[in-house]
Ligand binder design. Structure first.
Ligand SMILES: CC(C)(COP(=O)(O)OP(=O)(O)OC[C@H]1O[C@@H](n2cnc3c(N)ncnc32)[C@H](O)[C@@H]1OP(=O)(O)O)[C@@H](O)C(=O)NCCC(=O)NCCS
Length: 378
């Protein structure tokens, strides 16, 4: 017997909108429909049809690719995308889900996650083709504009950025390949160089140009990616051997994490993942200089919280090296809750060196460093 359920998604114009049809208890985002585990043998037909002008943070392509992923999950026997049509900023979509048998679930809720960003911005999952752009944003923003790194390492910034582009490669690649890393793209970005348009964007850094300043390197980042939130699964640990080049580029990076670990008094068993899909590790938060102060990092952070929470993750951990990031991650939107699990100040922190002298290893930087754990589920 085929049961047809009609899910109407309309007027998702602010915050989260839960749309429901049929009978089920699960609040799901369209994205999490991608990872929705349905019992084997179900046939799911999804029709997405344009109904009216509606607010929708995703491009047609990202939604389509998400739905393709759904087809790939082994719990789905088939899925047909019959119509897919979203118009610019406001959307209503209709989904028709056809099950092969009467679902054991009683309701199906579809929750649209809004980015809350102006319509010119779009949040997308980062892919390997964005590796250099993401690395450049992370390196440029940190080396030139962080309250920590240019204070600790004020010399040879361009050279450090060039080296950092490759030395951050492993960290960025590990996080992009997790499928958890998000980027904000400017759909109205104007290319500075016509050559960039051909490839959808291009990075023009020249490692021989050692005297380039931050403005020049920023100009050479001729691509529409403007902000990143990189992340990986806590169950899939970083390979510290492969982290060595980055730890050499920013020598205080490892020691700062070491101090945070020293002050983190939690029992690892109380929070660490026991399997995949439980705890997200956030590592690298950057908005390129010419897009700072527009609320992009904050909206991206909130989006990620809602997105991974809807997919069943229970927590996100992040080490914050900036007051804006501390502010955003210690004040998550309800129903989430955050805790500072470890913190210190780079100016006041002191420790004993090998000669028994008290030293301040992170001066002259003046920044509170905070490890935050955000609870998505209690
Ligand atoms: C830090 C950084 C990611 C911020 O990105 P951004 O897109 O400009 O940030 P947003 O515009 O979203 O931040 C806005 C929020 O931060 C808050 N904020 C900004 N500066 C703040 C400060 N000095 N102290 C406390 N909160 C601050 C704002 O009040 C706002 O929150 P609100 O709406 O609740 O009031 C960006 O400046 C950057 O890349 N810096 C260099 C690299 C870096 O330091 N990265 C952080 C590593 S953890």
């Amino acid at each position: 017997m085929r049961e047809v359920r009609r899910l109407i998604l309309d007027n998702a114009s602010h915050g989260e909108r839960t749309l429901m049809a049929a009978r089920e208890n699960h609040a799901r985002s369209i994205e999490s429909l991608v990872s929705l585990r349905l019992p084997p043998g179900w046939i799911v037909d999804v029709q997405l049809g344009h109904v009216d002008a509606v607010s929708w943070p995703h491009s047609t392509s990202s939604l389509t690719s998400g739905l393709k992923e759904l087809v790939l999950t082994d719990s789905i026997s088939s899925l047909h995308l019959v119509v897919l049509s979203f118009l610019s900023f406001s959307v209503a979509a209709q989904l028709i889900v056809t099950f092969s048998s009467l679902p054991e679930y009683q309701h199906i809720h579809i929750m649209a996650i809004e980015s809350g960003l102006p319509s010119r911005y779009e949040i997308r999952v980062l892919e390997s083709k964005h590796q250099d752009w993401a690395s450049a944003i992370v390196m440029h923003s940190n080396i030139f504009h962080s309250p920590v790194w240019p204070v600790l390492y004020p010399e040879g910034l361009a050279e450090r950025a060039y080296v950092g582009l490759s030395s951050a490669g492993y960290l960025v690649e590990h996080q992009i390949s997790s499928g958890l890393s998000l980027g904000v793209f400017d759909k109205e970005y104007q290319f500075k160089n016509p050559e960039s348009a051909a490839t959808g964007g291009k990075l023009y850094w020249d490692s021989k140009d050692k005297g380039a300043d931050g403005g020049k390197l920023l100009d050479q980042m001729d691509f529409p990616l403007v902000s990143v939130a990189l992340a990986y699964d806590n169950f899939n640990h970083l390979d510290m051997e492969k982290m060595k080049p980055l730890l050499t580029t920013l020598p205080a990076f490892g020691p700062i994490y070491g101090v945070l670990a020293k002050f983190d008094k939690r029992d690892p068993a109380a929070w660490e993942a026991k399997g995949p899909g439980e705890v997200v590790m956030r590592n690298a938060t950057s908005t390129r200089r010419d897009y700072e102060g527009k609320g992009i990092m904050k909206k991206l952070a909130h989006y990620m919280m809602r997105d991974v929470a809807a997919k069943g993750w229970r927590g996100i951990q992040i080490e914050c090296f900036s007051d804006a990031v501390i502010h955003v991650w210690t004040n998550p939107p309800a129903p989430y809750r955050s805790e500072e699990v470890s913190q210190f100040h780079t100016w006041s922190y002191e420790e004993e060196n090998e000669k028994g002298e008290m030293v301040h290893p992170f001066r002259p930087a003046k920044q509170r460093i905070v490890k935050v754990y955000c609870y998505l589920k209690e």
